[in-house]
Design a protein around this ligand. Structure first.
Ligand SMILES: [Zn+2]
Length: 123
């Protein structure tokens, strides 16, 4: 999570893509991510809370990412979900909208049905 914040600040879009759930990577709008990273003047990160076990393979981080605008310091407040795939944590992006149906295998590759795995964190 901190490393993803740093990647935004350093405009390392490849890292942001690589740390998103692999099945979601093709749907990311890297041009928009690049533009956002470039145009934003980052001004700090505050971890509000870390929830290491919201499920067997899910964890959540609530954070505020601060950035500077002409109107002053603003905060982007977010609750991010991460899923454990092959011993690595991947960001589960809730903004992409392209999901399997509830009874299909989950997009994270856990082998469980989508409904019983990542769906509650996405829909
Ligand atoms: Zn899943």
């Amino acid at each position: 999570m901190r490393s993803r914040y740093a990647a935004y600040a350093l405009q390392k879009i490849d890292y942001l893509v690589a740390t998103t759930v692999p099945a979601q990577q093709p749907h990311l709008n890297t041009a928009a991510m690049q533009q956002w990273a470039q145009q934003t003047q980052w001004a700090g990160l505050e971890i509000v809370q870390y929830l290491p076990k919201v499920g067997k393979i899910h964890a959540q981080v609530e954070f505020k990412a601060f950035y500077q605008t002409t109107a002053g310091r603003q905060a982007h407040h977010e609750l991010s979900t991460f899923v454990l795939i092959s011993q690595h944590w991947y960001f589960l992006d809730p903004t992409l909208g392209q999901y399997p149906s509830m009874k299909q295998p989950c997009l994270c590759g856990s082998g469980k049905k989508f409904k019983q795995c990542c769906a509650p964190f996405l829909i």
